[in-house]
Design a protein around this ligand. Structure first.
Ligand code: XIL
Length: 320
C-alpha cells in the first residue's frame, strides 16, 4: 500500500509562457513518469486558476489527461488543491461577491471538481497552507477565511466528502515537518474538527527543504502525533534545493547531502504506520519550479535536466 509519487509538471508560472507542456510533449518525461512512480499529483492542473478560469467555465483537459494516464499506468492520484490563498483566478480574487455568493462559488467548485474524479483520487489536499509560520490562520490573504470566517474550512471538507466519500481528505502545508508553532496549530485544529466529526482524514507535510536551513530531524515524532489522532500522514512535495553559483553544478558533497535529506525524509515517513504516500515535487531539474522561485538555489530534484539519476534517486530507491 505504500506509494511513491511525483508532481506532474505543467501549467506552472515557472515554465516559459507557451512552453509546450512536458506531460504532453516530452516523451522521455512521460516514459519516466509512467515507469518510476505509483502516485501522481498534478503540479498546477487542478488549481483554481487552471481548472476554473472563468466563473462559468471549467477547463478539465489536462487534469482529465493526468487522471487517465494514471489509470493506464496503475497509479493513484493526489488531488491538489481546493481551498488555498494562492493561484486563484482574478475573477474570483477581484470579483465583487456577497458572502452568500462566495460560499456558493466554493461549494459549487468543490462539488464539481471532486465529483468529476469521484473514485479516482486517493487523497485530496482539501485545504492548503491555511496557517502562516507563526501558526495564525491566514485571515488576510486567504479569501475564503477572510470573507467567510474559519468555519469555511470545515465546510470545504464536508462538501468534498459528500462529492467523493472514498477520497481521503487532507490538510497540506510547508514548514510543518517539525514540531513547531505551525504544526501545533494544525494539531489543535484537526483535533477540534475530528471531535466535531468533520471528515478530515490526513495531515501532510510538503517537504520543500533547503540545505541552507538544515534537516527537520523530528519529522517522525511530528507525524506520529497526528497518527495517534487517527489520521493518515504523507509527504507530498519533497524537493531539496541548494546554493549553487550561477553557471556551476553542485559538488559531489552537495549531492551527497541532498541524497541524505531525501533518504531521511523517506525513513521518517516509513517509521510512521499511517504514512503511506511519499511524493516528490517533480523528478527532473529540467522542469523544477525551484530556480525560478528561490534565487540562487536549484538542482532540487532526483534527476538532472537530461534525466540522469542523481545520488538522491538511488538513496530513495535503496531505502525502500
Ligand atoms: C508551485 C508549482 O510548482 C509552480 O509551478 C507554480 O507556479 C507555483 O506553485 N506549495 C504548493 C504547491 O502547495 O502547489 C506549489 O507549487 C509549491 C508550494
Amino acid at each position: 500500500g505504500f506509494v511513491i509519487g511525483t508532481a506532474v509538471a505543467g501549467g506552472g508560472h515557472h515554465l516559459e509562457q507557451d512552453y509546450p507542456d512536458p506531460f504532453t510533449h516530452d516523451n522521455e518525461y512521460r516514459k519516466v513518469l509512467g515507469r518510476e512512480f505509483s502516485s501522481v499529483s498534478p503540479e498546477n492542473q487542478m488549481k483554481w486558476d487552471y481548472i476554473h478560469p472563468e466563473r462559468d467555465r471549467y477547463d478539465f483537459g489536462q487534469a482529465d489527461a493526468i487522471v487517465e494516464f494514471a489509470r493506464r499506468n496503475h497509479q493513484v492520484v493526489r488531488g491538489h488543491t481546493l481551498l488555498w490563498h494562492s493561484q486563484n483566478p482574478a475573477w474570483l480574487e477581484q470579483g465583487d461577491f456577497t458572502k452568500a455568493e462566495l460560499r456558493d462559488i466554493l461549494r459549487e467548485h468543490i462539488t464539481t471538481v471532486v465529483g468529476r474524479y469521484r473514485g479516482r483520487i486517493q487523497q485530496w489536499d482539501v485545504a492548503n497552507e491555511i496557517f502562516d509560520d507563526q501558526g495564525n490562520l491566514r485571515t488576510q490573504d486567504n479569501i475564503w477565511i477572510r470573507e467567510l470566517g474559519p468555519g469555511i474550512v470545515a465546510d470545504a471538507f464536508r462538501w468534498a466528502h459528500k462529492a467523493d466519500p472514498k477520497a481521503k481528505l487532507f490538510f497540506n502545508d510547508f514548514n510543518v515537518e517539525s514540531v513547531n508553532a505551525k504544526s501545533d496549530a494544525y494539531y489543535a485544529l484537526v483535533k477540534d474538527l475530528r471531535a466535531q466529526r468533520v471528515p478530515v482524514h490526513g495531515f501532510s507535510v510538503q517537504g520543500h527543504l533547503s540545505t541552507r536551513y538544515g534537516f527537520p530531524g523530528d519529522l517522525a515524532d511530528n507525524l506520529r502525533r497526528f497518527d495517534a489522532l487517527g489520521l493518515e500522514t504523507a509527504v507530498t512535495e519533497l524537493d531539496v534545493r541548494m546554493d549553487v553559483p550561477e553557471g556551476s553544478l553542485p559538488t559531489p558533497a552537495q549531492e551527497k547531502q541532498q541524497a541524505e535529506y531525501y533518504q531521511r525524509m523517506l525513513e521518517g515517513c516509513l517509521e510512521v504506520d499511517g504514512c503511506n504516500s511519499f511524493t516528490i515535487w517533480g523528478f527532473t531539474d529540467k522542469y523544477s519550479w525551484v530556480p525560478v522561485f528561490f534565487q540562487g538555489e536549484g538542482f532540487a530534484t532526483v534527476m538532472t535536466d537530461d534525466f540522469t539519476r542523481k545520488p538522491a534517486y538511488y538513496a530513495v530507491r535503496d531505502t525502500l
